[in-house]
Design a protein. Structure first.
Length: 647
């Protein structure tokens, strides 16, 4: 296997240069080996406007380009219990009617397999909805400890009144659950299960040992994986040897959330990483690392990535994706993760939201995961000594030797993070001397991917921007230039929207606070906490300056004033400036330089068309869906009422 990995490693990097080398790495349909994979959590109802299996299937090419290897579908069963939770199933062998049929699911799985991806279903073993089919047909399946009575499960001091506890001391219930697990393998050819609430005290450890072994050996030639929703390594240690392939590094994610939006110093990040790494060394299974998922996004006080992590969201994402284990992408995270997604009601992801920095960072990280053996799930971490800037800069390497033909061929990666809010210089010691390639840098990643060769000494100095990050790969690789910037023309989606535009020379996380006649800032901001709502970076002007936009969505009235700030609201570009609807504000001028009136069709130029939508020719005929449309001839295409020119 090591020789195969090395052969693929050499093949990838000896290939000719492409316009976007990250796409070239991620788009292969070869199924990735375990230890090099990325998982994506999808709520089918939220992922597309249609909220169906068929619509999700049409978008699988986007996920492949993003670098997804495993598609974890949140519960796809019919919902009950009165509050519409996907974790309150009424039947384990049916699909939610609004998502589509079992045949539709099977088609999605088949297409995923064609792309080299796996599909895992979300399994809810502890309970059913209070109005589940079994409540009337098999009441003996409920209760526990031999008592035939219905009870609501409780966890963390919360009683869940929409579901009934299942009784795992009933052998017929155990058989029924195992049959349901087999059902989806037979009917839809799924590849694994993410198992909900495995820490339930009402599910015996023996059940997991027997059920996991049974399902893994159910079908010859078919590999089934199990991901357990618990920190088995540090918390639910009784499940260490029952057969799970992955657990949650839950304690580690909690430490990131505790570090939160105001964290600066590198030391606590290292301390908590070491706790996770130590715990990981004592288990045989792999681990899943993440910065958010449906629980963190919705259940934990309904917080977006910006609200949870602030300016730290980008460097903490890099840390979680390069430190250890298999990284998770939560649906919508790739375009910023700045929506609270109510999965009870299948809130639709706003794919028009733009965070090019997050998107390009994530897809570069997935390419690194796929192509660099040093980022294999269980490769160890070596902390690099930082002789200056040590309180703010965190640096580490990961290195693996790959034996081939009697010689040692190695793979090594270097990650450098500046957790300070300002530019910081640091000197690292103990590096491997020689040729290195910079694959990821926060300074330019929002403009697109690039790659640059450098030569390092054993002691090397670095200067990083505030909250900056870089990832280097040891060796010599083709250099890749940044793509030409896409010129953005300020445009209104509709003539009656209330919005402003802001032009600046510096790309940052800008926020806007608007207030006026309605009484308070909260009247005009979705985020009722200071500093208000994040502005969306739309593109660049012809002179290379950045253009941001903010559109009000809650009220029809125009506010009186606005504040534009960055650094979490600590630094104000404008403070109490008059709000002018459709005004184009240029940094340094307190009044708009113009009023934007352009609506409808907008012309954008680029070698590649954008992702995640349908394209039509000028006659109205659909010519492309979902995937990067690099195969389309040059010409003019329509998407979402806007005109795109491929040159």
């Amino acid at each position: 296997m090591n020789r195969l990995i090395l052969a693929l490693f050499v093949l990838v990097f000896s290939a000719p240069a492409f316009a976007d080398y990250v796409d070239d790495i991620n788009n292969t349909t070869v199924k990735r080996a375990e230890g090099t994979r990325v998982v994506y959590e999808m709520n089918v109802g939220s992922f597309t406007p249609e909220g169906t299996f068929a619509a999700a299937q049409a978008k699988l090419g986007d996920l492949k380009t993003l670098g997804v290897d495993i598609l974890w579908l949140m519960p796809i069963y019919p919902r009950g219990g009165g509050i519409n939770s996907p974790y309150a199933p009424t039947n384990f062998q049916k699909t939610n009617d609004s998502y589509g049929t079992i045949a539709d699911l099977k088609s999605l799985v088949a297409r995923a397999h064609e792309l080299g991806m796996e599909v895992w279903l979300d399994w809810v073993p502890n309970h059913t909805a209070t109005n589940a089919d079994w409540v009337t047909t098999h009441p003996e399946y409920y209760g526990w400890n031999g008592q035939q009575e219905f009870r609501h499960p409780s966890a963390g001091g919360i009683t869940y009144n929409d579901v009934w506890q299942l009784n795992y001391y009933n052998t017929e219930l155990v058989q029924a659950m195992n049959n349901a697990l087999k059902f989806w393998i037979d009917e839809a050819d799924i590849d694994g299960y993410r198992c909900d609430y495995i820490s339930s005290p009402q599910i015996p450890v023996s059940y997991w040992t027997e059920a996991i072994s049974l399902i893994k050996n159910y079908k010859s030639g078919k590999t089934i994986s199990f991901l357990g929703e618990a920190d088995i390594a540090q918390d639910v240690t009784k499940l260490k040897t029952v057969g799970f392939d992955y657990d949650y590094a839950w304690a580690y994610q909690s430490s990131l959330a505790s570090y939160g939006s105001s964290g600066v110093y590198a030391a606590p990040l290292k301390t908590n990483a070491d706790k996770m790494l130590t715990a990981s060394g004592s288990v045989s299974f792999n681990r899943m690392l993440y910065v958010t998922n449906h629980d963190q996004n919705y259940n934990e006080n309904k917080k977006t990535l910006t609200e949870k992590y602030g300016q730290n969201r980008h460097p903490l994402t890099v840390l979680a994706y390069t430190l250890y284990g298999m990284p998770l992408i939560y649906n919508g995270q790739e375009v910023g993760g700045n929506q609270v997604l109510d999965y009870f009601n299948d809130t639709k992801i706003d794919w028009n939201a733009k965070d090019a920095k997050m998107l390009n960072t994530i897809r570069t990280l997935t390419a690194l995961k796929h192509a660099v053996p040093a980022l294999g799930d269980k490769v160890g971490v070596n902390w690099v000594t930082v002789s200056t800037g040590s309180t703010n800069v965190l640096a580490f390497t990961r290195k693996v030797s790959l034996p081939s033909g009697g010689t040692e061929e190695g793979s090594e990666v270097l990650v450098v993070l500046n957790m300070a809010t300002t530019q910081t210089s640091a000197t690292l010691t103990g590096l491997t001397e020689g040729a290195w390639s910079q694959w990821l840098t926060s300074e330019t990643i929002s403009q697109g991917t690039s790659r640059k060769q450098q030569t390092f000494s054993a002691t090397q100095s670095f200067t990083l921007e505030g909250k900056g990050y870089r990832v280097y790969v040891k060796g010599t690789f083709s250099e890749e230039e940044l793509p030409a910037p896409e010129i953005y023309t300020p445009t209104l989606e509709t003539a009656d929207e209330i919005s402003i535009f802001f032009e600046t020379a510096t790309e940052r996380d800008y926020a806007v606070w608007a207030w006026g006649a309605l009484g308070g800032g909260e009247a005009y901001c979705q985020n009722t906490n200071w500093p208000g709502d994040a502005m969306t970076m739309m593109g660049q002007s012809a002179t290379g300056r950045y253009i941001y936009k903010y559109t009000l969505t809650k009220v029809s009235e125009v506010p009186d004033n606005l504040i534009i700030s960055y650094d979490g609201g600590n630094t104000k570009i404008y403070d109490g400036v008059a709000f002018v609807n459709h005004g184009y504000y240029v940094e340094g001028n307190s009044t708009p330089t113009e009023i934007i009136t352009t609506t409808g069709i907008q012309e954008l130029r680029g070698e590649r068309l954008a992702q995640r939508d349908d394209y039509y020719d000028l006659s109205g005929r659909k010519v492309a869906t979902a995937e990067f449309s690099s195969s389309l001839p040059k010409g003019i295409y329509i998407r979402g009422g806007k005109k795109y020119v491929k040159r």
